[in-house]
Write a protein that binds this ligand. Structure first.
Ligand SMILES: Nc1ncnc2c1ncn2[C@@H]1O[C@H](COP(=O)(O)OP(=O)(O)OP(=O)(O)O)[C@@H](O)[C@H]1O
Ligand SMILES: [Mg+2]
Length: 260
């Protein structure tokens, strides 16, 4: 199976926050697929529906219509066994490592929690997994006794990535994972994601409004505009040969495209 995830004609509607309208179509007939081992980026301005797609994939919102296929199966029609493991196979990394980690929990407890909830491994197996993952994300194996506030922003995002990795997921959804970080730290985290992709053949849906980061990291890019996916292509081609007027404006408005 070449595609890990396939989104077909997805529509997601919210009750409007504005009293004049009843509902808003945040995602409007979006289709795309992510191949195994690929980093697929979704780009587009604020409010265009990027995070809503992530929420639909992780079942935080229910689609109005359309289909989401994971390993070829509709995520709402999986048998009970697969439905149970689906949340382990799709893990999220969020924008803000300051708020996404519980400040009252030690790193070891933050990392062991998903394993306690979802697996029957022995304590020593769990500790082994945690040590390996900490090593993979470039943190010391003995940092488990520390609390999140004892780490820098970049290190906290490494912890969030480690937490996403402990269950050995098939798909990682990273929603603006570096937007809250300084430029130099951004580069480190992006490099880490790139390394992990190659080392672990990770498949990543990478959501960002930052075209610099996307150009460096993604294999393919989908451009969203007002709930629609208006264009998609290999990263290089999106930057060299943008087809849609909106894509060109988005590229023009990006600050100098530097490399990491
Ligand atoms: N829970 C909600 N209830 C009502 N409307 C919502 C809700 N969540 C999002 N929206 C609206 O849906 C649209 C898409 O929002 P979404 O968060 O998916 O955009 P986004 O592309 O991720 O934006 P950003 O780059 O700012 O994160 C926006 O118009 C937003 O206001
Ligand atoms: Mg968003």
């Amino acid at each position: 199976m070449d595609n890990l995830l396939e989104i077909k004609n997805l529509k997601v509607e919210y009750k409007s926050l504005n009293e004049k309208e009843n509902s808003i179509l945040a995602v409007n007939d979006v289709s795309f697929a992510i191949k195994n081992g690929e980093i697929y980026a979704l780009a587009g301005e604020s409010g265009c529906g990027k995070s809503t797609i992530a929420k639909a994939i992780t079942k935080l919102v229910k689609p109005k219509s359309g289909e989401i296929l994971f390993m070829g199966e509709n995520i709402y029609r999986q048998n009970s066994e697969k439905r149970k493991i689906y949340p382990k196979e799709v893990q999220m990394i969020f924008q803000n490592p300051y708020s996404s980690l519980n400040p009252k929990m030690k790193i070891g407890d933050i990392l062991i929690e998903p394993l306690d909830i979802n697996t029957k491994y022995s304590r020593s197996q769990k500790i082994n997994i945690i040590k390996n993952v900490l090593d993979e994300v470039g943190l010391a194996k003995n940092c488990t006794e520390l609390y999140p506030h004892e780490f820098s922003g970049g290190q906290r995002q490494r912890i969030a990535i480690a937490r996403a990795l402990v269950l050995n997921p098939k798909l990682i959804i990273a929603d603006e994972p570096v937007s809250a970080l300084d430029a130099s730290i951004q580069a480190q985290i992006i490099n880490l994601l790139k390394e992990l992709k190659f080392q672990k053949n990770l498949t990543i849906l990478f959501i960002s409004h930052d075209l610099n980061v996307i150009r460096y990291l993604a294999d393919r890019v989908g451009i969203m505009y007002f709930g629609k996916l208006i264009e998609e292509n290999l990263t290089e081609n999106i930057f060299k040969y943008p087809k849609e007027f909106y894509t060109k404006t988005l590229l023009d408005s990006a600050p100098n495209l530097v490399s990491f």
